[in-house]
Design a protein around this ligand. Structure first.
Ligand code: Q46
Ligand code: ZN
Length: 294
């Protein structure tokens, strides 16, 4: 690992990953061992690695799997559910499951077809639904903390995208911890300092079976192009990704990006249907999407 100037054998690599995650949790004050954590699990390497690390490190972490109804010939959703269940059973961990087509009578691609946002591409609808369901389960089942497996590659790709478009409201909100507010659970990203390669190495060394295929809709996304560019940079300048991210966080901490004049969304209203916070008066974007508002 050139960026850390470290090289480990299998046993010490696993120890290092767990240790480094705990340090990240403490550095950004993400959560404590007394708190119940809900880990959003997709069956992919990052979320399963995160759940495994938190479990190994002695945190109280349960999982949440959201079935999106994405098939596309490879049974992406079925297979990722199977692997998440297997992971939980092998460790005696609790996995909550929400099946979107069963609960709302439509798969994510079907919802996306009806919706104008995203022009038929399901990602923006998918993001809206996942955010809503994760928060719903966290609040309903009493989890103060919601953890996702976003890694450094994900974070720097978002950072590059937001910088290129100078989306100040998004830059202000990008952080390893988003505090709980107005009916939202605290959101945390304990793997934000690991590259994708590092989390993949952890899952392989721990023999964790994960879904290797990406979601079929991830192909050709903007974020995939940003990741490619950043990987080229990293090749030439090892450590660039981590430095880009940590310098950004340091600048924010030093007050360069404060939210005095930002246009960050104000969640001043409560949806009359689902009771979740919303920026608009009346039914929230989710309830309008799933047709409950009609
Ligand atoms: S799952 Fe959903 Fe992603 Fe698939 S449809 Fe797009 S957003 S790519 S993380
Ligand atoms: Zn609502």
């Amino acid at each position: 690992m050139k960026q850390h100037r470290l090289a480990y054998c299998k046993e010490h690599y696993i120890e290092w990953v767990i240790d480094y995650t705990v340090k990240t949790i403490e550095r950004y004050h993400l959560f404590s061992k007394e708190e119940k954590i809900l880990v959003a699990v997709s069956g992919g390497k990052d979320s399963l690695a995160l759940w495994d690390i938190l479990w190994q490190a002695g945190y109280q972490a349960d999982g949440l799997y959201i079935g999106l109804g994405i098939d596309d010939g490879i049974h992406y959703s079925d297979r990722s559910h199977e692997l998440s269940l297997k992971f939980a059973e092998e460790r005696g961990l609790l996995l909550h499951t929400v099946n979107i087509p069963e609960r709302y009578d439509e798969t994510i691609p079907q919802m996306a077809q009806r919706d104008r946002r995203g022009h038929g591409k399901p990602c923006s609808v998918c993001g809206l639904v996942k955010r809503h369901e994760m928060n719903r389960i966290a609040v309903e089942k009493g989890y103060p903390v919601l953890a996702t497996g976003h890694n450094l590659d994900d974070e720097v790709a978002v950072l590059l995208g937001n910088t290129l478009s100078w989306s100040m409201d998004m830059l202000i909100r990008q952080a390893p911890l988003l505090p709980a507010e107005n009916g939202f659970a605290r959101k945390v990203k304990p793997l934000c300092r690991f590259t994708e390669r590092e989390t993949a190495a952890y899952t392989i060394l721990k023999n964790i079976e994960y879904i290797f295929d990406e979601c079929p809709y991830a192909v050709g996304s903007k974020s995939a192009s940003f990741k490619q560019i950043l990987n080229q940079l990293e090749e030439e300048m090892p450590g660039k990704k981590l430095k880009f991210y940590t310098d950004f966080l340091r600048m924010k901490k030093d007050g360069y990006l404060n939210d005095k004049n930002d246009e960050k969304p104000g969640y001043y209203h409560t949806c009359p249907i689902c009771n979740q916070p919303t920026t608009i008066e009346g039914p929230c974007a989710f309830c309008r999407l799933v047709g409950k508002a009609i």
